[in-house]
Design a protein around this ligand. Structure first.
Ligand code: NOJ
Length: 573
């Protein structure tokens, strides 16, 4: 095994969304042999961890986040033998494979749910969450994340079941010890195969407060309605179920029963998590997981409390305040994950940078800014190429269940104008990140020989991996350098963080310090030249360049000015 595996805190992770990564058999859908064939791309980048979005058998209501069988591979993606070959290929390259563990809910086509819904007396009934009708209808006003009520009526038992996502994703009842044992067993199954950890889907939603053992009687419970959102797109209910009373107990049990027995890393996806909750979850002594994905910085360009589709222009001080609070708040107390995007978010360069004239430079600036912080950086496939959002005007072009359902609700039911809703989809829709990976300038960007399941971004003849690998100045090679730096500069792993110029609306500046090593990071989040307020920055007149997105030979020519979207990192003397 290569030494890369030893200290995961020096490693950078790479997320693969398998449906859109690489298709080996011409059916238009990415697959496992496709991934295996592209492992050299990851090796060249230098990543040490792969987070693989779900590859289990699924009817694909939510592209694999609705699992029908946790122990078999989705047919479209290949076979278990293909999985084993992919895993072996990663292991040979010293890359740790992190699987996606989706256990807040299953598919409604999972054998457990088919049993559970058949009768109240069925032994699997208590695997899920049921409620009698209240006044003849849904028990609460909660909306599912994918629109519509979070409750669906089940004829056979005369009850509603809870689903925080689509009605084909019923929530599991974690209060039932049998459910927990089932989950632990399936985790053992994959860990014994040699996988190196789990990213845990919406894991902080598993403890439903009203189900807390001993305090609940289903039909008598009066569940609270969610606070009404005025003029929002959705009436979400996440806050009613996140970080519930038994969440940490469940996580500690899972750690004891499973995680502690393997060399594995764990990342909990934690919507609505506060800093204090993240400290509790990731505390090295008393917590349970290595890190969480928190969302606070993903909310800075939405109107507060109205959901992601209610757009708001980015005000840089908000982004800086959020990220820096998490940097200092978890320093020495837990561990951060660092990300600009994933399969649920728009493309970083379109959202926080400039997808046009300054695409390459701004993508490198964003990479520099993120990779200079403390935590584990996650690169989402195509981010290392500076891939951008798509803009389709017909809703039929979109495949994502969240996007399609939101459009139907907002336009057809609420009567919002098509253009306004499309503007939200163009800015925030999940398909922005799901267009096929752009490997080359050839047909379908080299993603498939067939017809891609989702349209490609038109810019693939300019933006693609073959071009980027061949061009020493590309976004790809900049990421490669950043990944290498983390392994050689302990200050990046362990150093503290101090935000400078918190109110500046275009500059994101901070220092990292470990013992006598100090880095100064300067990033321009705008297309305008920015004069540096030297009096408010540490003296860097005798500093040496570490990395930047313009040649460091040019830095001395304009020592007190940053060009459009420029990033510079100095090692202070
Ligand atoms: C979070 C996942 O990242 C997202 O893609 C999915 O739709 C939901 N959880 C439901 O599993």
């Amino acid at each position: 095994m290569l030494s890369r595996k030893k200290d995961w805190r020096q490693q950078v992770a790479y997320q693969i969304y398998p449906r859109s990564f690489a298709d080996s058999n011409g059916d238009g859908i990415g697959d496992l042999p496709g991934i295996t064939a592209k492992l050299d791309h990851l090796d060249a980048l230098g990543v040490g961890i792969v987070w693989l979005s779900p590859v289990y058998d699924s009817p694909n209501d939510d592209n694999g986040y609705d699992i029908r069988d946790y122990r078999s591979i989705m047919q479209e993606f290949g076979s278990m033998a293909d999985f084993d070959a992919m895993l072996a290929g990663m292991q040979q390259r010293g890359i740790r494979l992190m699987m996606d563990l989706v256990v807040n809910h299953t598919s409604d086509e999972h054998a457990w749910f088919k049993q559970a819904r058949s009768a109240k007396t069925n032994p699997y009934h208590d695997y899920y969450i049921w409620h009698d009708p209240v006044d003849g209808r849904e028990p609460t006003n909660w909306e599912a994340a994918f629109s519509g009520s979070a409750w669906t009526f089940n004829e056979a038992t005369g009850e509603y079941y809870l689903h925080m996502f689509s009605k084909k994703q019923p929530d599991l009842n974690w209060e039932n010890p049998k459910v927990r044992q089932e989950v632990y067993e399936l985790m053992h199954f994959w860990l014994k195969k040699g996988v190196g950890g789990f990213r845990m889907d919406v894991i902080n939603m598993i403890s439903k407060p009203w189900l807390e053992a001993g305090t609940f009687s289903k039909s008598e419970a009066r569940l609270p309605n969610a606070p009404k959102v005025q003029d929002g797109f959705l009436q979400p209910a996440f806050e009613m179920v996140t970080h519930g009373p038994r969440f940490m107990a469940f996580m500690r049990e899972m750690k004891q029963e499973v995680l502690d027995h393997y060399d594995c890393i764990s990342v909990g996806e934690a919507p609505c998590a506060t800093l204090e909750q993240a400290q509790e979850i990731t505390n090295p002594e008393t917590g349970a997981l290595d890190m969480v994905f928190q969302f606070e910085h993903m909310d800075v360009d939405s109107q507060a409390g109205k959901g992601k589709w209610a757009l708001k222009a980015l005000h840089l001080p908000d982004l800086k305040a959020s990220l820096s609070r998490w940097q200092t708040g978890l320093h020495g107390k837990g561990w951060n994950s660092l990300y600009w995007c994933n399969h649920d978010q728009p493309r970083a360069v379109s959202r926080f940078g400039d997808a046009g004239l300054h695409r390459v430079r701004s993508a490198k600036m964003l990479a520099t800014c993120l990779h200079m912080m403390q935590g584990t950086p996650f690169i989402y496939q195509g981010e290392e190429l500076g891939m951008t959002n798509v803009k389709w005007f017909n809703i039929k072009a979109y495949q994502d269940i969240e996007t399609r359902n939101m459009y139907a609700q907002a336009v057809l039911q609420q009567g919002r104008p098509h253009q306004d809703v499309m503007a939200s989809i163009h800015a925030k829709g999940r398909d922005n990140a799901r267009t096929p990976m752009q490997w080359s300038a050839s047909q379908h960007a080299g993603f498939t020989q067939g017809t891609p399941w989702l349209a490609l971004n038109d810019n693939f003849s300019q933006v693609n991996a073959a071009q980027a690998r061949a061009d020493a100045d590309s976004v790809f090679h900049h990421y490669r350098q950043l990944i290498a730096l983390r392994k050689n500069w302990p200050v990046l792993v362990d150093g503290d963080f101090e935000l400078l110029l918190p109110k500046h609306t275009a500059l994101f500046a901070f220092t990292r310090r470990l013992h006598d090593v100090q880095l100064l990071v300067l990033c321009n989040f705008s297309a305008q030249f920015q004069g540096l307020p030297l009096k408010q920055l540490p003296d860097f007149s005798a500093a040496t360049p570490l990395i930047g997105n313009l040649p460091s030979s040019e830095w001395a020519m304009a020592p007190d000015t940053l060009a459009a979207w420029e990033a510079r990192v100095y090692v202070l003397a």
